[in-house]
Design a protein. Structure first.
Length: 368
């Protein structure tokens, strides 16, 4: 029994080992706030955070995703995206009852250290987080977001970070003229990040490469009915594609077997191979060299920082807002919120997602 304050502790060396543990009452110092997390989503993106929890060079330093909310040497605390309400404040410009959307631990409460507080939100400057990507440390004041709509509230945690990643991938494809490809092969096409990419690619005004969603045979028909991709096909049917067609692979799942099949089939006709996530965290590691191009990683925070530098922060946010509101016109048809409440449900949702048992047509939404 954990009462009203809890967190989920995960073994950094074996992410299957997780348990609910009590969370001690916070004692705030000057400049700190405590928030009660009111809702967050559990998605494949969170499994990627766990898979890359340890330092792997993503952040350009010796930190990984565990370092956002975990003490050195202790259990891992998984980051999630969601809403929280301020329950106590020692920070100027932030009052009890203020609500923010952002990056929180999978827990009932969190302590943050706001800086650069303004009408639109704040940046958390808890010391160990200042060397982590800024996009994860920004908290948006809900009432000040021009693209927030109350009717879309449940879809923010479910889709927002994943759609942004998909939109940024499409932006990179556009900048590089689709790497000269005629088609973009998107593995794990039922995932919400993939759907965001497919939608954003389809919204491009200039001529662009067609999208081919790759998924399991059981999901082909239902995914095709959504109309996100120009074509949908099963992994087992990759060999039916013309191997001479210039192609790009976007791998959302980190499944080396699928990557190897695509590389072997297309060879030098594969113009780029980009890995985005690791939802198939337990898939076997590749043992042999791949034909075609070397795989390259896609890191959404880095791409965001590039575009903020290119366009300026205000223009970057304007473009995101326009794209997000366009996506919201169809998003309610793509995933039904599956509401879960309490610590036991939160742990079960994590284990469900980790085990690959979550229904992609639903969005797991946790109320701590």
């Amino acid at each position: 029994m954990t009462g009203d304050r809890w967190t989920i502790a995960i073994d950094r060396d074996d992410i299957r080992r997780a348990e609910v543990v009590p969370l001690a009452a916070a004692t705030l110092t000057d400049g700190q706030i405590e928030v009660a997390i009111t809702s967050y989503a559990m998605t494949a993106n969170n499994i990627t955070y766990a898979a890359f929890g340890k330092p792997m060079g993503l952040f350009g330093n010796d930190q990984g995703y565990w370092d956002f909310f975990s003490a050195p040497g202790g259990s891992g605390h998984l980051p999630v995206w969601g809403f929280a309400t301020v329950t106590a404040s020692n920070a100027d410009g932030i009052a009890v009852g203020d609500e923010f959307y952002g990056y929180y631990p999978m827990a009932s409460h969190a302590v943050l250290t706001p800086a650069r507080v303004g009408a639109h939100g704040f940046t958390d400057v808890t010391p160990h987080r200042t060397t982590l990507p800024p996009i994860y440390n920004s908290y948006a004041r809900v009432t000040a977001q021009g693209d927030y709509r109350a009717e879309h509230r449940d879809l923010w945690p479910i889709f927002r970070p994943l759609f942004l990643t998909g939109w940024l991938i499409a932006d990179q494809l556009e900048e590089y003229s689709d790497y000269g490809a005629a088609q973009i092969l998107i593995a794990s096409a039922s995932s919400k990040t993939a759907i965001g990419l497919g939608f954003a690619q389809g919204q491009r005004s200039a001529p662009h490469a067609a999208t081919v969603g790759l998924t399991s045979a059981a999901s082909v028909a239902s995914l095709a009915e959504r109309g996100i991709y120009d074509a949908v096909m099963a992994y087992d049917d990759i060999d039916a594609l013309d191997p001479a067609t210039p192609s790009v692979l976007i791998d959302m799942a980190g499944n080396d077997a699928v990557t190897a099949a695509v590389h072997a089939h297309f060879g030098d006709a594969l113009k780029a191979s980009i890995i985005v996530g690791k939802s198939h965290w337990d898939a076997g590691a590749r043992q042999t060299a791949l034909l075609g191009p070397p795989r390259q990683g896609f890191f959404a925070p880095g791409r965001s920082q590039k575009r903020i530098a290119d366009w300026g922060g205000a223009e970057f946010q304007r473009r995101i807002a326009d794209a997000w509101l366009a996506f919201m016109a169809i998003a309610p048809t793509l995933a039904t919120p599956d509401h879960r409440s309490g610590s036991a449900a939160a742990l079960a949702a994590y284990q469900e997602m980790l085990g690959g048992k979550a229904d992609p047509a639903k969005g797991l939404l946790i109320t701590p």
